[in-house]
Design a protein around this ligand. Sequence first.
Ligand SMILES: [Zn+2]
Ligand SMILES: [Zn+2]
Ligand SMILES: [Zn+2]
Length: 237
Amino acid sequence: MASCPNCYKPMHAQTLDVQLTSHAVDVDACPDCRLLWFDQWESTRLAPRAVLTLFQFIGGATGQSPTPLASRFNCMRCQNALEFTRDRQRTTAFTYWRCSLGHGRLISFNQFLREKNFIRAPSPAELARLRETVKQISCSQCGAPIDLAADSGCSHCGAPIALVDPEGVAKAIRELNSPRSDAQVTGADATRQALSDAQIEALFDRERMRERADHNDLLVVGMRAVSALVGAFLLSR
Ligand SMILES: [Zn+2]
Ligand SMILES: [Zn+2]
Ligand SMILES: [Zn+2]
């Protein structure tokens, strides 16, 4: 069994379909460290259903406090040092660590969500409302506290504040359907609205804010709410 390159505990294996082929691919995940390992196959080639299945997995598996990440990792196959890599798909920039011998790549949950356009910065209106109600949140990358009144990102690791992007998730759900009909395009608006409502409701849930005043990871809260709906969509298609 594969062990996590950060905490060395056994990783959870997820079997997913790869696009353009009938291949299934194993993706290893460590929810504690919020890391994914892709063997050979790049995450850019995952079919929409596989991407949404991973989204749902991340939403359900992510705990409240991330294990801090080391600055260097070794390949799970050859033990060589992984190379830190900056990549770009269309206008989206993201980072990961890859084996120079092509054994695979290690990517954080956050960077995977970024690559798939599943997260975005809060709008000015959302940020104003968050400053009023939540005040302090915790960084979804390193767990450090972020004071919303003073900071617009994590002063410890530099990660920006991120929320689930209902637009991006609705687009992936739309791609499950082919060919597209007018009814499905109208349905996509309803899907986006439902995802957006689920996130807003979770973010501004007064009970949750009272319980977790010192530990508010907005991305985890939003992911949990939205991924429950994504699971329902996957079952219905
Ligand atoms: Zn780990
Ligand atoms: Zn390797
Ligand atoms: Zn941080």
